[in-house]
Ligand binder design. Structure first.
Ligand code: SF4
Length: 216
C-alpha cells in the first residue's frame, strides 16, 4: 500500500505537449469529427487503468467483435459501454498494451488528456491519479502572443463553466472531461471585448451558442 501511495503522488518531470495553438486547432478538428488525436503517450497507459467506462458506438463493429460480451453493458441512457475491471483497468489491456489497438473504439482514439492541461483542471479525483500526474507534467509551448491569450481564454472558460453552473440556461457539464471539452469549444467567448462587463447569464448563453458550431 505504501509503495502504491508513493507511486501515485510522485510528480512526473515535464513532458512536451506541443505548440498550444497547433494542438488547439487539431483538438477542435477532432471534436468536429474531422480527425483523430495523436497523443505522444510514450509508455503511459493512464486512461487505460483509471476506471473509465468506454462508450462503444455503432461504427465500432471491429472492436465489438473482439471484446468479450461479459465486459459490455447498456447504460441507462441507452449507450453501449465497455466496463473497466474492478481494479480500474481496461479488460483489453495486456502487459500494459492495448490488445485490440488496431480496432480499438473511437472513444479511445479520441481521448487526449492534454484537454485537462489546457483547461487547467485535473481529470478527476484519486481514481484518476495516474492521469492527473500526466496532466500536471504536460508543458505547452507558445509560438506567439495569440497562443498565450488562447490558453488563458480556455482556462477562463473552464473556470466559468465549473464555478457559474447556475448561470447556464440548461445543465452545463460538471465532470472534468465535459468541462474541458466545452471550454475548448467555446474559449473564443473569453477573447471578446463585449464579454468583459457582461452578466454571467449572457456569458453562459454565449458559451452554449458558440459550442453549437460543433454539433453539426
Ligand atoms: S493518460 Fe494521456 S498520456 Fe496517458 S495514455 Fe492516456 S492519453 Fe496517453
Amino acid at each position: 500500500m505504501l509503495a502504491t501511495m508513493t507511486l501515485q503522488t510522485t510528480e512526473q518531470p515535464p513532458i512536451a505537449a506541443g505548440v498550444f495553438g497547433v494542438w488547439l486547432e487539431e483538438m477542435r478538428a477532432s471534436l468536429r469529427g474531422e480527425r483523430g488525436t495523436d497523443v505522444p503517450c510514450g509508455d503511459c497507459v493512464g486512461c487505460c487503468v483509471s476506471g473509465y467506462p468506454v462508450v462503444i458506438r455503432a461504427e465500432d463493429d471491429r472492436a465489438m467483435a473482439e471484446i468479450p460480451l461479459r465486459h459490455i453493458a447498456r447504460a441507462v441512457d441507452g449507450r453501449t459501454l465497455m466496463l473497466a475491471l474492478p481494479d480500474g483497468s481496461c479488460p483489453m489491456l495486456r502487459d500494459r498494451k492495448c490488445s485490440i489497438y488496431a480496432s480499438r473504439p473511437q472513444t479511445c482514439r479520441d481521448y487526449d488528456c492534454r484537454v485537462f492541461a489546457a483547461a487547467g483542471i485535473d481529470a478527476g479525483g484519486e481514481e484518476r491519479a495516474v492521469i492527473n500526474r500526466r496532466v500536471r507534467a504536460w508543458r505547452f509551448e507558445y509560438a506567439n502572443e495569440a497562443d498565450v491569450r488562447a490558453h488563458e481564454a480556455v482556462r477562463a472558460a473552464a473556470r466559468f463553466i465549473r464555478d457559474k453552473a447556475a448561470s447556464f440556461p440548461g445543465r452545463p457539464p460538471t465532470a472534468p472531461t465535459g468541462i474541458a471539452v466545452l471550454a475548448i469549444k467555446s474559449y473564443e467567448v473569453f477573447l471578446r471585448a463585449d464579454v468583459c462587463n457582461a452578466s454571467d447569464e449572457i456569458v453562459a448563453r454565449a458559451i452554449v451558442e458558440t459550442s453549437r458550431a460543433f454539433d453539426s
